[in-house]
Design a protein around this ligand. Sequence first.
Ligand SMILES: CCCC/N=C1\SC[C@@H]2[C@H](O)[C@H](O)[C@@H](O)CN12
Length: 615
Amino acid sequence: NLDWDLRTDLPGASSTDRSFRIDYVNNCFLKDGARFRYISGSIHYFRVPPAYWKDRLLKMYMSGLNAVQIYVPWNYHEPQPGVYNFSGDRDLEKFLNLVAELDLLVILRPGPYICAEWEMGGLPSWLLTKPDIALRTTDSDYLQAVDRWLGVLLPKIKPHLYHNGGNIISVQVENEYGSYYACDYNYMRHLLGVFRASLGEEVVLFTTDGTSASELKCGTLQGLYATVDFGPEENVTEAFMLQRLYEPKGPLVNSEYYTGWLDYWGEAHSTKSAKKVANSLQKILEMGANVNMYMFQGGTNFGYWSGADYKDGYKPITTSYDYDAPLSEAGDPTDKLYIIRSVISKFQELPAGPMPPPTPKFAYGYVSVPQVSESWNGIAVDTSCGFCSAFQAHGFMLYRTLLPQEIVESALLSASGNGVHDLAYVLLNGEYQGTLERDRVNGINISGQLGDTLDLVVESMGRINFGANDSDFKGLIHNITLGTSILSDWIIYPLDIDTAVAHAWPPTAQSSSGHRGPAFYTGTFTTPGISEDSYLKLPGWTKGQVWINGFNLGRFWPVRGPQQTLYVPGSFLSGSAINTLVVLELQEAPDNPKVLFVSRPLLNVTYNYTHKDRK
Ligand SMILES: CCCC/N=C1\SC[C@@H]2[C@H](O)[C@H](O)[C@@H](O)CN12
């Protein structure tokens, strides 16, 4: 039976010492010696522009939350081995201090793996330079990298622990490890040792797993408090009974109560009924349980940061991480937030004062973006550096070879072993031929002359963050065949487009060629005295990437959906200088290339995708 104790007559803080502990007698947390139950929400600082961190956190506080839960993505902070970035939009301690300013506590989840629909679940892709590395195990190379990373991160965290004067009340070790094939207890023991050695004996360390015996069997460990995650579809009592199998005493905790869900390109937008979310939340709170709502503020996968799942094929995550969360992608309070807030008000006093309003949105209208060039040479790539050893974690690579024979009739260009990871845009002498796509399009017919230049622009759509047991390498990972022969003598070029775009690229030379295949389009616009949020719609475009003033807004794919607009934070715009737009279209742009700024998002329009490659 679930013997949760609702006594409220526990002693108050016995001294001035700050402490946050588990009370195994009264089945609760104790903060400074007094019973404490957290009502928390997840926010990812890495998915919200820093200019809006305080705005979102204030709305979370005004919603009645007393804590926030955050991940720390390892790959966001260690882009190259031994190179660390904790500044600007990666200033973790600035974010933690903002949370403290708002009198909110923190549940920290530093991984090292975090899942989160984030590129490679937060693990840095440079780990894969050891091709046979066994991620999330006691693999010595993996543990060496983990120890070096935690040796940098955890000392930064320690002063922010609650008992040290900060606001971090608990720290999660790994993430749903019970869902992973390896079930390597020595790995979890190693992590427990590292966390304890660095953070001390007092901090509450915990694990989170789904509510199945198999998940809890491999995800839990003696010395780590076992918590569970489940959404409104599950029976609350039954879910917590599974937690009780591993934690017969102590607080009930749902570390991820799903308020919404993630979106995949090409599939319907996910939503969860506010009423169902609120009803189940009320049951959780009535049981005296602690809860973290995942997500409370979703945000955006800017740049190339979105991850992917693997379920009957590769399923990339969309740029928007709206998650149908109580705070929208743009941080606007939704009806779901107010319904949740009224449930919370039954259990704890809400802060006085009004909920901050939605941030103003502005429809800047159409912006013309004429094509600037259709060839890769001299654009964003130094084609003199084939076979460069330069490590490139994200985005695009150019694979170039020459046709080894004349093809009078057409011949099938094919990716054996489903080896295009993840899309390859095929050009012959610079003319677009079509697209190969992982798990969808394994071959297209081409014809050409001996010695013609065959280019494959290969795009990574994000490394798998959940559901696959082997590493998700990107690029051409198996042979490409033409007819019956294997193509060889490839030269590989990294396409560092972001560096080029950030440095006042592109060239102004207009191009008159047709709008098919990978090409860049650019335009400028002014918004005199205004730099309010907006949404970018690309009617008539197919698939690509957008930069505004050098900021990489993320991927667009309107022919797939469900996302039809990209969130444009006002903080990326200038109300005094000229704003520059760069659009990389990978397949086909509209004849009169222009884009449209609108004041409302459109995240739920999916087209039934049947591959009709536009020859
Ligand atoms: C049925 C799939 C379970 C995979 N777990 C998921 S999908 C959405 C969330 C986030 O990824 C979160 O980072 C995971 O811990 C739990 N979860």
